[in-house]
Structures are given as structure tokens and as C-alpha cells.
Design a protein around this ligand. Structure first.
Ligand code: BES
Ligand code: MN
Ligand code: MN
Length: 463
């Protein structure tokens, strides 16, 4: 009989209720009015760590939201696993598109999750996924079988760029030293097809402000005599892609590493159905850079997208106004070879160059981060592979994800260790969107797979 599975089965209701308690706290890192809630979440995490019997449980204050740390060091000769996760969540807007309160978690069956899914902001990204590690530890500690030293570091600023964690890591290299970093904050191919994320894109996040006249003007009296900042900004934005959907910023592709034909074929052979892709997001046709497949566009090729654009009158009815200002937030997803600080500069220069003399332009840099790739021949990858096989009865497929977790590349630079991304989310989980959810079976299988990882990692490390 499988002891791990048995334990999970006997305790799953409590696991879910404990997760619900976490999900009820609106730990939105981007908004100051939730600062008490991020702090409350950090305290609750510390309570969990104390209850697990971990050592050196500590809340580290930062200039922003606190970092929670704990460890269990069993043996100097055993390998050390550093678990990273984030307890902060994305804002909930547009709130009117949620079926229920995003911070009052509930279980509902869906087509993909007939056994039920947990609906709440953060259910998958990342409270639900992070919490699997807590429960995996519980299983190993309760059964006195913890095979590796474990350190846990959970931050509250992932969704806003991890600036303070960066400082914490740089100042605590010894404390955080490890043999492998383990993170559950990505997805898998589908419910029954396990995969391990071996690549993440980097990010450069910018804001552009165009100023025309010094005040909003009457669009009749002035219309046709001055440059309209929204017209100008729209034209500038549309010029950032050419006919082939290539990004037109000079030098943008300069250092992009082309992957080998062999790796390209491998990437394209992973299960992907373009019809399902389109249907799942209600789209008549896909789009993207000429010469690349959708999988490639999503993983090994960079992208530039407007995340938000505003200015002028957007209220009810019609107000005739020629706005003084126009704004856009623009993100660029980066791939190996590209450096986000260089891309920031190229973007800023290009935007200034293409702005007409009739307006003033300001470019603001937000957060950014480097892309990440990890090898498939490491013992970390092998241990993860075995763990997935134990639980899903299939060898996991290595995949590259389009999203970003900028701190992962920083871990590699500062701590000199690689990260294994064991994510259990699905594309349909709607992370960052209304009605975010996380399948109960993904949650429970995740706990089991993570537990197995610890045992396999220890075994492979010693051999
Ligand atoms: N967990 C996501 C990243 C992710 C999601 C990676 C799905 C792969 C698949 C993370 O919380 C996130 O949202 N990251 C941000 C970047 C951050 C700097 C705001 C992102 O990718 O937009
Ligand atoms: Mn996340
Ligand atoms: Mn996120």
C-alpha cells in the first residue's frame, strides 16, 4: 500500500480547509491598502512552519512585504533543498467578472476538473501550489522520513517584481546555500500529461506617457490643429511590429539564441492542439511572428504586448475632448541571450526616436528580469522525472513556459544553483484572470509528487 497516498487521502479535507484559510486573506502586493493582509498572510505562514516543527521560523521585514523563512536541517551530509514560493496575489479586477467573491474560496466541478476545483484568487498562483510543499513536508516529518535538509523561503512581492527579495538573497547567500531549488509556480501540459518546465521567459516592463497640449482641449475648437496624444501613441505602438509580426526596435533580436533544429523539433513534438488552443480562449485564428509555430512563439521567441492603454474620455456617453495626455504599459517577454536592462534602453531610445516633434514623450522603466533555462541531465531533473513517473505513470515532458519568474535567474547568479520548476497548474486555471481556480486532484497529486521528489533527490544525490 502507498503510505503517502494514504496519508493524503485521510487528511485531504483538512489540507483543503487550511488552504482556504490562506486564500481568505487578500494579499494583493500591488496595492497599499492590502498591506495589513500581506502581513497577516506572512504570520499565518509562520504559524504553519511552527506547527510543522521547523526551525528558525522567521518573518523578515523588508522595505515592502515581508519574507517568511524556515528550515529543517537534519544532516550535514545530506543534500539541501531550498523551496521558494510566493504568497502575494494579483489584483482581482475586473471584479464584476468573478462568479463569486475572489477571497471567499469555494469548490466547484468543471469539465476539466470533475472532482472539483478550488476557486479563489491565488488558488493556483501561487498559494495553492506553494502550500503543496508545506503538506509534503508534513507527510515526511510526521512519518520521520525527511530525507534532505530543507529550507523554505516564501516572498510577498513576486507579482510586483521581487525587488526586496533580490536584496535579501544577495545579503543571505550562506543562509540560503543549497543543492537544488524547488519551485511550484508554473503549469503542466494537461491533467494527465506531466511536464517539467525547463525554460522561462524574461521580462522588460515599460510605461510610455505622451503629452500634447498642457490641458484637455475642446475637440471641435482645437481638433485638426494640434497633435492628439492618443492618435500619436496609437501610431507609435502599431509601428512596433512589422507585417511579419517582428518587433521593429533596432537591435531587439541581436543576441537572441537560436535553438538547434533538433531541439526545435523536440519542442514542436510535445502535445499541443491548435484547435483546442483557439477554442479555449474563444479565438477565430492565432497570430504571431512569421516562421514560427505557436509553441515556439510562446517559449523561444520574444514578444511585445501592450498591457494597458488609457487617456481622454472613457466614461458614459460622449464628451468631446482632445486629451492632453496618453499612456500605455508595454511588456516585452525575453528569451535566452537577451538582457532586460539592454532591452529597456533600446526600447526607451526607440520610443524617443519615433515620437513626432509635436509631442513630449516620457518613458518609465518598471520591473524586469532575465530568462531562465535549466538542463535535463541534472540529478534534480532526474529526481523530478522519477517523482512524476511514480504518480502519473508517465515520463514528464520538458517544456518551456512563456511566463516569467525573474528571481529564478537571480538565484542562479547569486546562489549558484539550479531550479527545478515542478508546476501543477493548467492553462485553463485562469491565473491573473477572473475565476482563478486550481484542480483538487492537481493539488493532491502535486503534494504526492513533491514528497517523492525529496526521496528520489536524496537517493540520486548519494549515488
Ligand atoms: N507564476 C507566474 C509565472 C508563470 C505562470 C510562469 C505560468 C509560467 C507559467 C508568476 O506569478 C507571474 O505571474 N509572473 C509574472 C512576472 C512578474 C515579474 C510580475 C509574469 O509572468 O507576468
Ligand atoms: Mn506565480
Ligand atoms: Mn502570477
Amino acid at each position: 500500500m502507498n503510505k503517502i497516498k494514504n496519508y493524503i487521502d485521510l487528511n485531504k479535507e483538512r489540507f483543503i480547509e487550511e488552504l482556504f484559510e490562506l486564500l481568505r486573506i487578500p494579499s494583493i502586493s500591488a496595492k497599499k491598502e492590502f498591506n495589513n493582509d500581506t502581513r497577516k498572510t506572512a504570520k499565518l505562514l509562520k504559524t504553519h512552519f511552527l506547527n510543522l516543527g521547523l526551525d528558525n521560523c522567521e518573518i523578515y521585514e523588508t522595505k515592502g512585504h515581508p519574507i517568511v523563512y524556515a528550515e529543517k536541517l537534519i544532516d550535514k551530509n545530506s543534500p539541501t533543498i531550498l523551496v521558494y514560493g510566493h504568497y502575494d496575489v494579483q489584483p482581482v479586477d475586473p471584479i464584476e467578472l468573478w462568479d463569486q467573491d475572489p477571497f471567499d474560496p469555494y469548490i466547484k466541478k468543471t469539465k476539466i476538473h470533475p472532482e472539483g476545483a478550488i476557486f479563489a484568487r491565488g488558488a493556483c498562483d501561487d498559494k495553492g501550489q506553494m502550500f503543496m510543499h508545506f503538506k509534503a513536508l508534513e507527510i515526511m516529518l510526521k512519518s520521520n522520513t525527511l530525507p534532505c535538509n530543507v529550507k523554505l523561503m516564501i516572498e510577498g512581492e513576486e507579482e510586483i517584481g521581487s525587488d526586496n527579495l533580490e536584496l535579501f538573497v544577495k545579503n543571505n547567500k550562506e543562509k540560503l546555500s543549497n543543492d537544488i531549488i524547488l519551485v511550484s509556480d508554473t503549469g503542466m501540459i494537461s491533467k494527465n500529461i506531466p511536464s517539467i518546465t525547463i525554460g522561462l521567459r524574461g521580462l522588460s516592463y515599460m510605461e510610455v506617457e505622451i503629452t500634447g497640449p498642457n490641458r484637455d482641449l475642446h475637440s471641435g475648437h482645437y481638433g485638426g490643429t494640434v497633435a492628439n496624444p492618443i492618435n500619436v501613441l496609437s501610431k507609435m505602438i502599431s509601428s512596433l511590429h512589422d507585417e511579419d509580426k517582428k518587433i521593429t526596435i533596432p537591435g531587439f533580436y541581436d543576441n537572441v539564441i537560436q535553438i538547434s533544429e533538433n531541439d526545435r523539433n523536440k519542442l514542436n513534438s510535445s502535445p499541443f492542439n491548435i484547435k483546442e488552443f483557439k477554442e479555449s480562449i474563444g479565438l477565430p485564428k492565432e497570430d504571431g511572428e512569421k516562421g514560427f509555430s505557436t509553441i515556439e512563439r510562446q517559449s523561444i521567441r520574444p514578444a511585445l504586448d501592450v498591457n494597458g492603454i488609457w487617456g481622454g474620455y472613457t466614461g458614459e456617453g460622449a464628451k468631446t475632448v482632445l486629451p492632453s495626455k496618453a499612456h500605455a504599459k508595454i511588456s516585452m517577454r525575453l528569451v535566452p541571450g537577451q538582457n532586460w536592462k539592454r532591452i529597456n534602453k533600446l526600447f526607451t531610445n526607440h520610443i524617443k526616436n519615433i515620437a513626432p516633434k509635436t509631442v513630449k514623450v516620457k518613458v518609465i522603466e518598471h520591473h524586469g528580469g532575465q530568462p531562465y533555462v535549466s538542463p535535463t541531465d541534472s540529478i534534480g531533473f532526474k529526481a523530478a522525472s522519477k517523482a512524476y513517473f511514480d504518480v502519473f505513470n508517465l515520463k514528464p515532458i520538458p517544456t518551456r513556459d512563456g511566463g516569467s519568474i525573474p528571481i529564478i535567474a537571480l538565484f542562479e547568479k547569486e546562489l549558484k544553483s539550479k531550479t527545478i520548476l515542478m508546476g501543477f497548474g493548467l492553462d485553463s486555471d485562469a491565473i491573473h484572470s477572473p475565476n482563478e481556480h486550481y484542480g483538487i486532484s492537481n493539488f493532491l497529486k502535486g503534494i504526492e509528487t513533491i514528497t517523492k521528489f525529496h526521496y528520489h533527490f536524496k537517493e540520486l544525490f548519494n549515488n
